[in-house]
Design a protein around this ligand. Structure first.
Ligand code: ADP
Ligand code: MG
Length: 240
């Protein structure tokens, strides 16, 4: 589904990603963990073309997305993204947040987009909120709307960048439950998270990043009980 080859990203003189090579298969849930500043967000943002890599290749279903011929909107339709701070459109209702992109980018009819949107809101338990504005929702509800909005484009893969880090503790569970449900349905997901218990239970693989490199890519049980690298051990000792 996703193939990253020899990926580098610099911001000026700062080398943020260094020779990232990784394959994500269809239906896999892969968690990315690692200290702040290690390049986790930048990696996701490169895969979604929110950042332009300095060097390397990213293939999505075999298509090189860094080619000048690539249609960026097409790639963003295939690769959904959920952010820490939700990024909902404040002046649109919940329903409009979900229907805007499908109508604009997928040329879906308004009626069809609304029907899909309502089905998705039901799926995340928020059908009754369809006509309200985001600022009337709790953080957990906002994030569930953001997930439904990503799903509305019928993506091949969803990237989550710390989807629960901005939430009050009592709201984390409701968002993780939605992500878990998607995992069981076979959605391909790449998830940057500090929820180590969730990574351990739901992810098929856990990637540990440090200083712009992938240090370790392991089975969750193995990485949490017997990490292969000293740096992974140090990090886990701090967060567990
Ligand atoms: P993480 O998500 O693991 O905390 P990031 O990918 O956000 O790490 O950041 C990695 C490094 O890149 C950090 O040192 C950060 O300050 C830097 N960085 C991220 N985005 C930018 C940017 N737009 N301009 C300059 N430096 C950036
Ligand atoms: Mg980050």
């Amino acid at each position: 589904m996703i193939e990253v080859k020899g990926l580098y990203k610099n911001f000026g003189n700062l080398e943020v990603l260094k020779d990232i090579n990784k394959t994500i298969n269809k239906g896999e849930v892969v968690a990315i963990i690692g200290p702040s500043g290690s390049g986790k967000s930048t990696l996701l943002r490169c895969i979604n073309l929110l950042e332009t890599p300095s060097k390397g290749e990213i293939l999505i279903e075999g298509e090189n997305i860094l080619s000048s011929k690539t249609n960026v909107n097409k790639i963003r339709q295939k690769v959904g993204m959920v952010f820490q701070h939700f990024n909902l459109f404040p002046h649109k209702t919940v329903l409009q947040n979900l229907t805007m992109a499908p109508v604009k980018l997928k040329k879906m009819s308004k009626a069809e987009a609304e029907k899909t949107a309502i089905d998705l809101l039901r799926k995340v338990g928020l059908e009754e909120k369809k006509d309200v504005y985001p600022n009337t929702l709790s953080g957990g509800q906002k994030q569930r709307v953001a997930i439904a909005r990503a799903l509305a484009m019928n993506p091949e893969v969803i990237l989550f960048d710390e989807p629960t880090s901005a939430l009050d503790p009592e709201m984390i569970g409701e968002v993780l439950d939605v992500i878990k449900k998607l995992a069981h349905e076979g959605m391909t997901m790449l998830l940057v998270t500090h929820e180590m218990g969730f990574a351990r239970n739901v992810a098929k693989r856990v990637i540990f990043m440090d200083e712009g490199r992938i240090v370790e890519d392991e089975d969750p049980e193995k990485i949490f009980t017997n990490p292969g690298h000293e740096r992974t051990k140090e990090f886990l000792n701090k967060v567990l």
